[in-house]
Design a protein around this ligand. Structure first.
Ligand code: C2E
Ligand code: MG
Ligand code: MG
Length: 582
C-alpha cells in the first residue's frame, strides 16, 4: 500500500499512487521476499477516456483518473502484500496475493464503486481487467505487466466479459499484432488492400438491391488476411482512418467507372469505423468523394456498427444529421451485438438495420428458440418503426425461408454469394441483370421449412403438419390479449394477399377477423392451457370486401414471460361454407 514517507518522485503526481518505475521495483521486492505466497498482477483501464477528454475536456478525464486511483487505494487498504500503481495515462495496475475468488471480489468491488460514482457524463465508464498469475520469479516484473496487459487487451471493449486471464497463446497473437502494425503502411502504399463486394438481395423478387464493400489484405507472404485479424489492430492504432478512406475511394471509383460503362451498379455500402467518427473531416471526405467521382450520394451508403450509436450517441446524431443533409443514408451494422441498441433506435434516425445471424446463433444465445424469437421481434420492431431491415450471414435455404416467413425483405450472405473481387462482382451483376428488370437468373431453391433447424424443440409435434406444407401461422398472445403474428407460411400470405399486410403497423390479425367471430376466436386460445390440447375455431376473415371462411386448428407451443406462442393450421373452407349456405 501507499505508505507515508514515500518520496514524491515515486508517486504519480496526478493520482497519488505509485508510479510505474517504483511499482516495478517494489513488486519484485514483494514477490522475492514472500516466496510462499502466490501473487498476481492485474492491469485495468477505463475504455473511453480519450472520448471523455475530447468531449468534456482534460479536467474531466483527470477527475476520472483520480477517482479510479482513490477507489483502488480504498479497495486495497486492508489487503496485506498489495501494491497499487498508475502505469501510463489511463492504465492502472495492482499486485496482490492470488486467490481467484478474492481477486474477482476486488474487481467487482472496484467496478461497483466506479459505477455508483455519478459522473455527469453521458458515457458509461466501462472498465477492463487483465490478470497475470505470477508463476516464475525469473520473469522480469515488467514482462509480467506486459502479460497482464495482453490479458486485458483480450477483453477490451467486450461488454459481457470484463476480465481476462493471461494464457500463452496471447503472446503469439501479440507477435502477430506487432508484425501487422509494422507492415500496414507499406501495404497500403503497395496496394495490397483490395476491396471485395458482397451482394445484398431482395427476398421479394431476388433482385440485387445493394452490396457491401469489404476489405481484404492480399499479403505477399501471408496470402489473404481476413479483416477480423487486422481491423481491430488498425482501430487501436488509428490506421483504420487511412484504410477506410482508401476503401471509400476505391468504392466510389468502382461505382463511377462501371456506371460509365453502362453496368447497373446497385448502391454500395461502405463500413465506417467508430474511430472515423472522431475525424472532423469525415462528412466532407465522403461527400467530397461522391462529388469527385460524380456519383449520386444515394449510391454510397454507410454502415456504422451498433456500439457507435450507444457509446457516442450525441456525436452520432450530429454526424448523421450532416450525412442526411447531403442525401446520404446510414445503416446500423451488427444490430443486436451490443446490449442497449433497442433503446437508442427511437432516438437515432437510422435508415436501415443490419442484423447478423451470428449474433443470434446458439453459441451466443443458449436457447435456440429464444434466438428465433428475438430475430422475429427485431424484424417486427423494425417494421413497426418503418426502418428497413436486412439480415446478413444468411447461409441456407431454410434460413431464407424462415426469414421470408418473418416478413424480412433483404438478405446478404453466403446463400447468395460470398464477398468477391471487383471483376467477379461485375460478372455477377451482369448475370443477375440480363435485362432491365434484374430478372431472376438463379432458380430459387424450393423453400422447405426444416423443422430440425428451426423448430427442433417442437419438431416431433409439428413435423406432419409442416410436411404437408399446409397453411400455418404462429401467434404470440401477450398477457394483455395482444395477438401478434410471429411468422406464417407463404400459402397463408397467398390467401391474405401478401406478407406486408401482417407486418405493417397498425394492422393486426384481429383486424381481419369478422367482429361477430372475434370473441369466440379469442376464447379458443384461452381454453388451450396445456401442450396436448388442440383448439379449433371456424371464423370469418374480411378482406378487401371478400369474406373468407377459415378453419383453425391450434396448439400451444411454448410459454414465456406471460406470453403464449401458438401454432395454428388454417384451412380455407370458404367453398364448403358457401355450398352449405347456398
Ligand atoms: P461486417 O461489416 O458486419 O461484415 C459482414 C461480415 O460477415 C463480413 O466479414 C462478411 O464476409 C461476413 N459474411 C457475409 N456473409 C456471411 C455468411 O453467410 N456467413 C458467414 N459466416 N459470414 C458472412 P469480413 O469481410 O471478414 O469482415 C468482418 C468485419 O470487418 C466487418 O463486419 C466489418 O466490421 C469489418 N470490415 C470489413 N471491411 C472493412 C472496411 O473496409 N472498413 C472497416 N472499418 N471495417 C471493415
Ligand atoms: Mg458492415
Ligand atoms: Mg455486420
Amino acid at each position: 500500500m501507499l505508505s507515508n514517507g514515500v518520496e514524491d518522485r515515486h508517486i504519480d503526481a496526478l493520482t497519488k499512487v505509485y508510479n510505474k518505475e517504483y511499482f516495478l521495483g517494489k513488486a519484485e521486492e514483494l514477490f522475492k521476499s514472500n516466496p510462499d505466497i502466490d501473487f498476481c498482477i492485474v492491469e485495468l483501464d477505463v475504455n473511453r477516456l480519450t472520448m471523455i477528454n475530447d468531449m468534456y475536456g482534460l479536467g474531466e478525464g483527470d477527475r476520472v483518473l483520480k477517482t479510479i486511483a482513490s477507489v483502488l487505494l480504498e479497495t486495497f487498504e486492508d489487503v496485506d502484500h498489495s501494491l497499487v500503481c498508475r502505469m501510463t495515462a489511463d492504465l492502472f495496475a495492482f499486485a496482490c496475493p492470488y486467490d481467484e475468488k478474492k481477486v474477482i471480489g476486488y474487481i467487482d468491488k472496484i467496478e461497483d464503486k466506479i459505477r455508483i460514482l455519478s459522473y455527469d457524463l453521458s458515457v458509461d465508464l466501462l472498465m477492463s481487467f487483465g490478470i497475470y498469475r505470477v508463476n516464475d520469479l525469473d520473469v522480469p516484473v515488467s514482462s509480467m505487466c506486459e502479460r497482464a496487459k495482453l490479458a486485458l487487451s483480450s477483453v477490451k471493449g467486450n461488454y459481457i466479459q470484463h476480465v481476462g486471464f493471461f494464457d500463452e497463446s496471447m503472446r503469439d497473437k501479440a507477435v502477430e499484432e506487432i508484425e501487422i502494425t509494422a507492415k500496414m503502411n507499406a501495404a497500403l502504399i503497395g496496394r495490397e488492400f483490395k476491396v471485395y463486394f458482397q451482394p445484398k438481395h431482395s427476398l421479394d423478387d431476388e433482385r440485387i438491391v445493394g452490396a457491401e464493400a469489404l476489405v481484404r489484405w492480399m499479403s505477399p507472404d501471408k496470402g489473404m488476411v481476413s479483416p477480423e485479424k487486422f481491423i481491430p489492430i488498425f482501430e487501436e492504432t488509428g490506421f483504420i482512418m487511412k484504410l477506410d478512406a482508401y476503401v471509400w475511394e476505391e468504392t466510389c471509383r468502382f461505382i463511377s467507372e462501371k456506371q460509365a460503362m453502362g453496368l447497373k451498379v446497385p448502391p454500395i455500402s461502405v463500413n465506417v469505423s467508430q474511430i472515423d467518427l472522431y475525424n472532423p473531416n469525415l462528412v466532407d471526405t465522403l461527400v467530397g468523394l461522391t462529388k469527385k467521382y460524380a456519383i449520386d450520394p444515394k449510391m454510397l451508403k454507410l454502415e456504422i456498427t451498433e456500439s457507435a450509436y450507444t457509446e457516442s450517441t450525441q456525436l452520432m446524431l450530429k454526424v448523421m444529421q450532416k450525412f442526411h443533409d447531403h442525401g446520404m443514408e446510414i445503416d446500423m451494422d451488427d444490430f443486436g451485438s451490443g446490449y442497449s441498441a433497442l433503446n437508442v433506435l427511437k432516438d437515432v434516425p437510422v435508415d436501415g438495420l443490419k442484423i447478423d445471424l451470428k449474433f443470434l446463433s446458439e453459441t451466443s444465445i443458449s436457447n435456440a428458440n429464444k434466438a428465433k424469437r428475438i430475430l422475429a421481434s427485431v424484424i417486427h420492431m423494425a417494421k413497426w418503426l418503418g426502418i428497413p431491415a436486412i439480415v446478413e450471414g444468411v447461409e441456407t435455404a431454410a434460413q431464407v425461408d424462415h426469414l421470408k416467413s418473418l416478413g424480412c425483405t433483404m438478405v446478404q450472405g453466403y446463400y447468395y454469394a460470398k464477398p468477391m473481387s471487383e471483376e467477379a462482382f461485375v460478372k455477377y451483376i451482369e448475370t443477375w441483370s440480363k435485362d432491365d428488370n434484374f430478372e431472376v437468373s438463379k432458380p430459387f431453391e424450393e423453400a422447405v421449412i426444416n423443422p430440425d433447424e428451426w423448430w427442433d424443440s417442437v419438431s416431433a409435434d409439428c413435423e406432419p403438419i409442416l410436411e404437408m406444407n399446409t397453411c400455418h401461422i404462429l401467434f404470440d398472445l401477450g398477457e394483455g390479449g395482444e395477438l401478434d403474428v410471429v411468422r406464417a407460411s407463404d400459402s397463408l400470405y397467398d390467401i391474405i394477399g401478401g406478407r406486408e399486410r401482417f407486418f405493417n403497423a397498425p394492422f393486426t390479425f384481429l383486424d381481419m377477423v369478422d367482429d361477430k367471430d372475434t370473441a369466440r376466436f379469442l376464447t379458443m386460445f384461452d381454453n388451450i392451457n396445456d401442450y396436448h390440447t388442440i383448439g379449433s375455431s371456424i371464423f370469418r376473415i374480411n378482406l378487401d370486401g371478400r369474406t373468407i371462411w377459415a378453419d383453425a386448428k391450434v396448439r400451444l407451443l411454448e410459454k414465456y414471460e406471460g406470453h403464449r406462442v401458438f401454432f395454428a393450421v388454417i384451412d380455407d373452407i370458404t367453398k364448403s361454407m358457401e355450398d352449405i349456405t347456398k
